[in-house]
Design a protein around this ligand. Sequence first.
Ligand SMILES: [Zn+2]
Length: 235
Amino acid sequence: MDRRTFLGTVSGATIGLAIPSSLTAPAHARSVRIIRELPSWGEKRTAWTVDDGTSPEAVRRYIRLVAENDLRLTFFVYSAMGSWLANKRELQPLVDSGQIQLANHTAHHPALAGLSTKEIQKELTGAHIFIEKHFGVDARPFYRPPYGSINKKVVNAAAEIGYTMPMLWSGSLGDASNIRSGRLLALAKSSFYDGSIVLAHANNLTAPSIFPRLLKVINGKELQLVTLAEAFDQV
Ligand SMILES: [Zn+2]
């Protein structure tokens, strides 16, 4: 058995252990809808959702922003990145308090629409197991397909293992890769509004370098930050 086959077998066995049999039953995938905005509520709310974590320093700055300002945000964890364990000591208490929600952004960040059902489930399960093992929380039902790559096959494959809330976004800070801070601020002004789900990335230090100005935008619109779990009543 070569190494690749061996690893495949091991992770296959892990999948069987990690997903309770009650959740492998066919899900009601037809009722799944792709989500881009928050449900309406009495107060003005927005969800700041932060993906990937290719920069450990950016992840650290986001964690401190939440801790120091009593905020709420959701990380979409790309679990092969080292940032999550590198920041575990500061991250865990905020996960425990519910201020930071950890949601699933796959293990290796592929475009899911191009994969088989089995591969899609393996990617989601990889991140699922990582989050549960290291942070003690079940990331279901929220996931974000990398690059927004989603189709019916992805929706159905995810729903079969309990991931029934595919989260896209209504606005973006445009910072998956480098962006000038002035441009990012302009995108923030249009992206944060009542009911918005804002896509951001912990991949560089542009957003952290202007955190006070981003908070001013949010506060100026009298928006309350919520995690997705809070907004969709999963807590
Ligand atoms: Zn991503």
